[in-house]
Ligand binder design. Structure first.
Ligand SMILES: [Zn+2]
Length: 433
């Protein structure tokens, strides 16, 4: 049953329908890569200011936080991701950077803004026994090793947005995070409530050192860095038979450099390697196997390996759909299903890191066609992709914070964090040392 305040929330979103859709579509036509989302961030900041929120900008470079701090009680942080993904062939790709909103983050931003519109209403705020943040977060998508090195020089220690925001204290006041995304697991229904388990990953950049020699006159005096590389990758292929299904291991390599000229024995190759798995322990274990493949191959040919560890993402700590979320979906008459035991998302997200520190109330939604990260990805139903997610976020936030924030308090009391801020920072630093 929708009460008077709930109805007021929905009416406000309906009254701003065109504005929310225009906001999403403007972002989709101006995609920006991670930590470079200047225009998108500015647009979000202006919008939140116009609604009367207290706004802080340039958090972790491009992040924006709008806050409604009025009372005691728990603080919810509603999250929207700012960045687009590299996808040159997408019709809306930026010609210079090659990124496009092929992961639907513009829809998340629209949902967050739509929720902010509803919650800015004075009457609605009177019925909340807690606080709200609206947080536009940079850099969710993977950032390659070169760009990471550049960012470090600019003072960004952690490569993914949420992680850097945890480090710099942006989440210090957050008791519960609310996140959304377009569907990442195959779901027939329009909405999927809860947070399924999901892979985390580790990554490294490996420089393989050999010895140059003429390719025809005296190749026996050379050490072929490309041969070391391909042998190591072949070993990884053979190791695959030891991976168990339930660990969801995925292994990817990109050879960034494989020698300089065709008539010399390649003396340097550079590879980026990524290991995905369902638990932090399994990620560590497989990463060690990969490192043995590199070391063994280098030993066999008489070359050397230099490894640079890159920060990964943590797996998501799964969370069933919370009561407030299910009730809100029922109130809206949505077509949905909840996360079931055994559901798994093979992709990775830095929401995983966040889920180790605070409870994350999450849902995903449809309203799109094509493949995630693909050139054919597009939003086809603005109602399902922008408006209904905004309503679901807003109604859920309201239900969590009304009546002395009873439901929000229950969630925080039943949640045991794996890390606090300090131990999280220590753990991440240890993985990239
Ligand atoms: Zn995404």
């Amino acid at each position: 049953m929708i009460d008077k305040t709930g109805q007021r929330i929905l009416d406000r979103i309906d009254a701003h329908r065109d504005q929310i859709i225009a906001f999403a579509e403007d972002i989709a036509t101006h995609p920006e890569p991670g930590y470079e989302e200047v225009r998108t961030a500015q647009k979000a900041a202006e919008f939140l200011k116009s609604l009367g929120y207290e706004v802080t900008e340039h958090l972790a470079h491009t992040g924006v936080k709008g806050s409604m701090k009025q009372k005691k009680g728990p603080t919810l942080t509603v999250i929207g991701e700012l960045d687009a993904i590299g996808c040159h062939s997408h019709p809306k790709a930026d010609p210079t950077t090659g990124v496009a909103h092929a992961c639907g983050h513009h829809a998340q931003m629209a949902a967050m803004i739509g929720c902010a519109i509803a919650m800015a209403d004075q009457q609605v705020q009177k019925c909340l026994d807690g606080n709200l943040n609206f947080l536009a977060v940079p850099a969710e998508e993977y950032i390659d090793a070169d760009k990471r090195a550049r960012l470090r020089k600019e003072g960004i220690e952690f490569c993914c947005g949420k992680s850097e925001m945890i480090r710099t204290g942006v989440f210090d006041d957050t008791d519960i995070a609310l996140t959304t995304h377009v569907h990442m697991v195959p779901v027939e229904e329009d909405f999927y409530l809860g947070n399924p388990a999901c892979n985390g990953y580790s990554a490294e950049r490996v420089t393989v050192r050999g010895k140059a020699a003429h390719g025809a006159i005296d190749p026996w005096n050379g050490v072929n860095a490309l041969s070391i590389t391909t042998s190591a990758i072949q070993m990884m292929g053979l190791m695959r038979e030891t991976f168990r299904e339930e660990d969801h291991v995925r292994l990817h390599n990109v050879i960034r450099k494989a020698g300089d000229v065709i008539n010399s024995v390649p003396d340097e190759a550079v590879v980026e390697t990524k290991v995905r798995a369902a638990s932090l322990d399994k990620i560590e274990e497989i990463t060690e196997m990969i490192n043995r493949a590199y070391a063994g191959s280098a030993y066999a040919f008489g070359g050397k390996i230099e490894q640079e560890k890159l920060q990964g993402y943590m797996p998501i700590i799964p969370r069933a759909a919370d009561r407030a979320l299910i009730e809100a979906a029922d109130d809206l008459g949505l077509d949905y299903r909840t996360v079931q035991k055994g559901d798994f998302n093979n992709a990775c997200t830095d929401v995983g890191d966040l889920s180790h520190l605070v409870p994350v109330v999450n849902f995903t939604f449809k309203g799109f066609e094509g493949k995630l990260h693909g050139a054919d990805f597009r939003i086809t139903d603005p109602e399902k992709a922008y408006i209904l997610p905004a309503k679901l976020l807003a109604l859920t936030a309201y239900k969590l914070l009304k009546d002395d924030a009873q439901e929000a308090k229950e969630i925080t009391e039943n949640y045991t964090p794996v890390f606090d801020k300090e131990s999280y920072i220590q753990y991440v630093r240890h993985t990239i040392e």
